[in-house]
Design a protein around this ligand. Sequence first.
Ligand SMILES: [Ca+2]
Length: 339
Amino acid sequence: MHQEITIKTKSTNQIVVLIKIMAVMVTGVAGEQSLSAATMEDNPQNIAAPAPAAKVGYNKLVFYDDFDSLSTIDVNGTEKPGFKWYVDRPVWGNGITEPSAYSISNSVLTVSSTGNSAGWAISSFSPKGNVGHSFNYGYFEARIHFNPTLGSTSKDWPAWWSLSTHHSKLNNMDHWAELDFFEAYTGGHADYTGAFVGSIHDWADGSKTHFQNSNNWMPLSKTTDFNEWHTYGCLWRPGEVTWCFDEVPLMTQTYSAMAVPVPPANGTTTPTPAGAFSILDKESEGMLLILGSGPEWPMYVDWVRMAKINYQRYLLRSSIMDNLNRPRFLSTTYLRIKY
Ligand SMILES: [Ca+2]
């Protein structure tokens, strides 16, 4: 899917109207949610976008954490703005993730969970505080290692994933999406097989209706050493998700509101209905990012990166106001949104 919009104007009145349109388009089409200026400033400009992202023009890093200190984590559970990671859990979860479940040493995050949290330890958004960062579309990547022999010891497993922010905040059970970038999936207290498990979940009707991509289970090479660093990535564009291991594409799921997804899904009804998975692109509040595992099975994370199209300059330009609080545009301007 490809969309390009170009608007040119010359009159001041037109520009004011356009600025309002741009604000809607930037949040609604480009889909960035709640990204604070502080976070963007924290992103080192000299780090290139990951290759699978740059290849499709997602060349702007908009969320980044090298885990150099705990200062990016809301360790006190304030649920206030200013952090990249929060420790409260979705509204149906009890308590917060305790400090024993995460630590940082030598620029590496060790993360597990406090238990009974479905692998949710820290999240880019605070569901209870209603602050943080959620995303629509982009390339999501983490550099991770873990011990693959601990599967049988643990109810949960290393996971780097995302969930509907709206659902996490309100526990709305009508219809919501989950996008799992990578799971060392075991199902609980079982050996890890060495597969890259990457999934889209289309949940509805209080979980009674569920579709999941049928190609979500991709065995990796038998020689893969999970104790070594690897990158686990997921490229999400409108109607298309591709999972990547060490930046090499593994599998792709396409979908649309009007057609049966390709490949067809596994789920509660067969054949797969048209429109399955398209809920992912309709999440108005975006998806929050989650890192976690079981208490017995820690996951080590060097960094997290998230890249998407470079539209920041439009946000910056539309935020320049004169002393009467009018947007300042003195010359011809144009808007281009491309994805
Ligand atoms: Ca690091």
